[in-house]
Design a protein around this ligand. Structure first.
Ligand SMILES: [Zn+2]
Length: 344
């Protein structure tokens, strides 16, 4: 029903070119999900045919339980290629025209040298801010010594936790960022989630879980490398749909995110969300035995249909208002011309 109704981001010429290349890139392979990862249903409906950059990527909804996901999606290998090649920066960032690794290294190193670690304070969920994760975690837990950040990016979280006396370790696919970490004396390794070898007291995954696939397997993997706590931050949908992006394999609510951990050896400490961008913050504690979560399919489906309906109406109204405004401008212009040349 919504398929083509998607807000497209205004793209720079270099982004348009990168999207075109990506859509025609034969090295990027896709795989089709046959059954839902929560309820095993095969009953899906397509919500969107492309993402907000214009990349051909279908977004589906499981009609039985309400899980939203990309399908077909990039294979694991293609996903890795996408991130390792820094291709994603050409698409997502308007000013990046080519990948100059030396330049990226220099600018990131400068940014990180100027970075002041965050001081934990009371978390405020009204408006998202970059250190909200740090305030949230430190308010809830204190008894941890080692921190692992999976997909640690430039390394800001490693700096934050190091500054409060924790032993930190990061894992990150980008070679350039890894080089920056080495320069700054931050402990890190090039790789992905499956390359983690040691256990840590606290494991962080910030905007990573939605990029993975086979979530039950990955929840198991996370359980094996966590000593005590697991922190997850993902874009969520609480009252509105998140923007659709090709590399996001899943779109989570509280329920669908909790499902993967509360059916494993984790119990929930706290889950909350930033009221403006609806990013979800979840903190879990590892337990001795596997628990079971009652997943309320009916309420999940109700909620998803409420927010997709809301999305649809907002889309139609916004487009109509834009159209009317253009029409008014044209009408004014036409009447001015008529007046000037005394036409009638
Ligand atoms: Zn399902």
């Amino acid at each position: 029903m919504f398929k083509e109704y998607i807000y497209l981001t205004d793209l720079s010429p270099s982004q348009i070119e990168a999207v075109k290349k990506f859509n025609n890139n034969l090295d990027i392979k896709y795989e089709k999900l046959i059954t839902c990862e929560i309820c095993s249903s095969k009953n899906f409906k397509v919500l969107f045919n492309n993402d907000r950059y214009g990349i051909s990527q279908k977004t589906c909804l499981c009609k039985n339980c309400g899980l939203m996901f990309s399908n077909p999606r990039m294979t694991k290998r293609s996903n890795k290629l996408f991130y390792k090649s820094d291709l994603y920066r050409l698409i997502y960032e308007p000013s990046v025209k080519n990948i100059d690794k030396e330049e990226l290294f220099k600018s990131t190193l400068k940014e990180m040298r100027d970075y002041k670690p965050s001081i934990p304070k009371k978390p405020v969920f009204n408006n998202y801010y970059s250190n909200l994760y740090f305030d949230f975690i430190n308010k809830e837990i204190k008894d941890f010594k080692t921190v692992l950040d999976i997909g640690c990016g430039k390394g800001k979280k490693l700096v934050d936790f190091k500054s409060i006396g924790k032993k930190t370790y990061g894992i990150e696919p980008s070679e350039v960022y890894h080089k920056v970490h080495s320069e700054l004396g931050l402990n890190s390794k090039i790789g992905f989630i499956e390359d983690v070898e040691d256990k840590s007291d606290l494991v962080l995954l910030t905007h990573v879980f939605e990029h993975l696939s086979d979530l039950k397997k990955n929840a198991n993997l996370l359980c094996n490398i966590t000593n005590k706590y697991l922190f997850i931050e993902v874009p969520g949908h609480i009252n509105k749909l998140q923007s659709i992006q090709n590399a996001h394999n899943y779109y989570f609510s509280f329920n669908t995110l909790n499902y993967f951990f509360l059916n494993n050896k984790f119990k929930l400490i706290k889950i909350d969300y930033a009221r403006d961008n609806e990013y979800i913050f979840a903190l879990y504690k590892k337990t001795d035995k596997k628990s079971e979560m009652m997943f309320d399919k009916a309420s999940e489906l109700n909620n998803v249909s409420r927010i997709t309906r809301k999305y649809f109406f907002t889309y139609i109204i916004t487009k109509t208002l834009k159209f009317i405004k253009i029409e008014r401008v044209l009408r004014n212009f036409y009447s001015k011309i008529k007046k000037k040349f005394n036409l009638n």
